[in-house]
Design a protein around this ligand. Sequence first.
Ligand code: AMP
Ligand code: MG
Length: 313
Amino acid sequence: MRGNGIIFPLMETVWIQEEQIGYAASLLQRGELVAFPTETVYGLGVSLSQPDAIPKVYQVKGRPSDNPLIAHISSPAQLTQLTTKLPPQKLIDAFWPGPLTLVLPKHPALPPLVTSHLPTIAVRLPSHPTARHLIDLVGSPLLAPSANLSGRPSATSASHVWDDFAGKIAAIVDGGDSPLGLESTVLLLAPKPTILRPGTITKEALEEVLQEPVAYADPKTAEPLSPGMRYRHYAPKAKVTWFSEEAPFLAYLEQSRSRLRMTLETPQPETLYADLRLADTNGLEEVVLYCSYELTQNVAFMNRLAKIAPEGV
Ligand code: AMP
Ligand code: MG
């Protein structure tokens, strides 16, 4: 098996139900990789207490080593292990637990490997009870990127994770479908609040709580701020074509008939990745989506779609 040119022996991957979550925690404490559910997408976790195991995450995902992982905590009290500057309490009160990742100055005691040598660390307190229970049992924050092979759609169920990582990681905790289905909003706090990755928590909601303007990072200049923005993301093997106008969408369907095509007339942000993965598991050649005006106003959804494919004309 290959990842970044490295060949791995296959290992047994255990499918763990909620009742056996203690076993998943013991694997993490021993430096094994365990995928776990969150309300956004599944994460591929490694314990912060086992930093020597961090490179395995990059190897099995095929993730570029300069793209850091998010630290998942189960209580704001764990922030002091990770950062020297606590975020504003009003942000914590309004959005944690939940799909908001905060980029903070990293604690000097953290090994450079933890943040891919960046001076900052990204931290999130997920609302999914299984994720929080697992972090509590491990007794240490879990560093985790999304549990998908690099470049593929994120995993929103345990079986998606199985498709990408069976034989490569120690275990998968099955917590059902991720209810939100899109990755967290990533917010850089200093020098001024800047959204590095849009998500379910909107710019407007952040501005209301912070009582100050929040900017979107310019993708052309933000690369040093958020390394992940540079890479191709979320794409299935099938070709994806999408339209924001109905007439060209219908004309396209009429002109190019195909049996190996999935047409999504009312795609949902919550199930976008699941639909794209379903197209691949069924060997489809193309996915065609129509985005209503309402959907085009969903900044997080349109951000992911734009990374998958340019708009059809
Ligand atoms: P993923 O793990 O696939 O959900 O991606 C995590 C995202 O958080 C990526 O886009 C990373 O580049 C971003 N990220 C993680 N740590 C930092 C950080 N210290 N500063 C800025 N962005 C970060
Ligand atoms: Mg990802």
